[in-house]
Ligand binder design. Structure first.
Ligand SMILES: *[C@@H]1O[C@H](CO)[C@@H](O)[C@H](O)[C@H]1NC(C)=O
Ligand SMILES: *[C@@H]1O[C@H](CO)[C@@H](O)[C@H](O)[C@H]1NC(C)=O
Length: 306
């Protein structure tokens, strides 16, 4: 846990990423007058809840999250969770405990004018809805293993996330099934709208409908650089199992890149940095070697941590 002692004053990452069945994100950044061109993003590792992963370590990050961030010009620092627990539970897991610490630090930092973006993908997105509302309001949607087009709300075109996207990318996202869904649970628009904390905190940018449940697929906080996607933008270019749930068309890969580009530009606004280059070097994910897991898991490569 020493890794984030003193956060966000001392260290280092420019932002946090929270992933799915996987990781949460903290993004950590560098510094530069008028911006930071050496952004570092912290990715929250997840406890190994599959038996087949145990021999490799006690927590892991799918390498696709790392490559996704690297593709847009960032480096990654793993945020290791040290106490492996049972399955990853939104309330009680180590993943959840650490996500909560970062979430509150991020709110505090941003309230002081200290930019600190947070991104949640899939489980990370669900975790954000829990952290904001204090409640698990999810409903089982059986949305595991297929791709969907996004239904954009009227708020999307003026949103920070989508407003600078190329028109053809938005059009493709709206009309082609490009976004990979690998989740059993979703936050319905109904439960979102009934909950005051959520309603006041997040702007809903896209929804999807499955089995008559309209659920939130993309959201951004009104007042904070906090973003959640129920789908997996990191999979299109970097994961090859579970097809056809993961489209690899030119549009799908382009859409993924623009999400990464958006998020890393957010990270560039954060001036957090490691106290020294030596400390930075020690924490970067380059200190670890990913394992080829494509023959026995749904991820091509995984970073494992003791
Ligand atoms: C709303 O959340 C509750 C859990 O608090 C859940 O049992 C219920 O199915 C959800 N309803 C919808 C429509 O999402
Ligand atoms: C988009 O919204 C419409 C209207 O609610 C719904 O019928 C359709 O299934 C949605 N499409 C997707 C891909 O979720």
């Amino acid at each position: 846990m020493r890794r984030f002692a003193g956060f966000p004053a001392g260290p280092a990452a420019n932002m946090l990423l929270l992933c799915c069945a996987a990781a949460a994100t903290v993004v950590l950044c560098g510094r530069l007058a008028g911006g930071n061109e050496r952004p570092i993003v912290g990715i929250l590792a997840q406890e190994c809840h599959f038996d087949k992963f145990h021999r490799f370590g006690s927590s892991y990050i799918a390498a696709s999250y790392v490559k996704f961030l690297e593709s847009a010009g960032a480096r990654v620092v793993p945020i290791r969770v040290l106490f492996p627990g049972g399955g990853v539970d939104l309330k009680t897991s180590e993943y959840s405990r650490v996500a909560k610490i970062f979430y509150h630090k991020a709110l505090e930092a941003n309230d002081k004018g200290d930019y600190f973006p947070v991104w949640g993908t899939c489980l990370g997105h669900e975790e954000l809805t829990y952290l904001t509302s204090g409640k698990v309001l999810l409903v089982n949607t059986k949305t595991n293993g297929f791709a969907l087009p996004l239904n954009f709300t009227s708020a999307a075109k003026n949103s920070r996330l989508f407003k600078n996207f190329p028109h053809d990318v938005l059009h493709a996202l709206a009309t082609e099934p490009l976004t990979s869904n690998f989740h059993m649970w979703s936050l319905s628009l109904e439960n979102f709208t009934k909950n005051e904390e959520l309603r006041n905190f997040y702007n809903v940018l896209t929804t999807n409908t499955n089995d008559q449940v309209e659920f939130i697929s993309t959201m951004e906080a009104y007042k904070y650089p906090i973003y959640g996607v129920q789908w997996h933008p990191e999979k299109n270019p970097f994961e090859w199992k579970s097809s056809p749930g993961i489209p690899h068309s030119p549009s799908a890969v382009r859409a993924s890149y623009y999400i990464a580009d958006f998020f890393i530009n957010e990270a560039r606004k954060s001036l957090h940095h490691f106290p020294s280059e030596a400390e930075e070097t020690k924490e970067l994910i380059y200190n670890y070697t990913p394992v080829y897991t494509g023959t026995f898991s749904s991820f091509q490569q995984i970073y494992f941590f003791d």
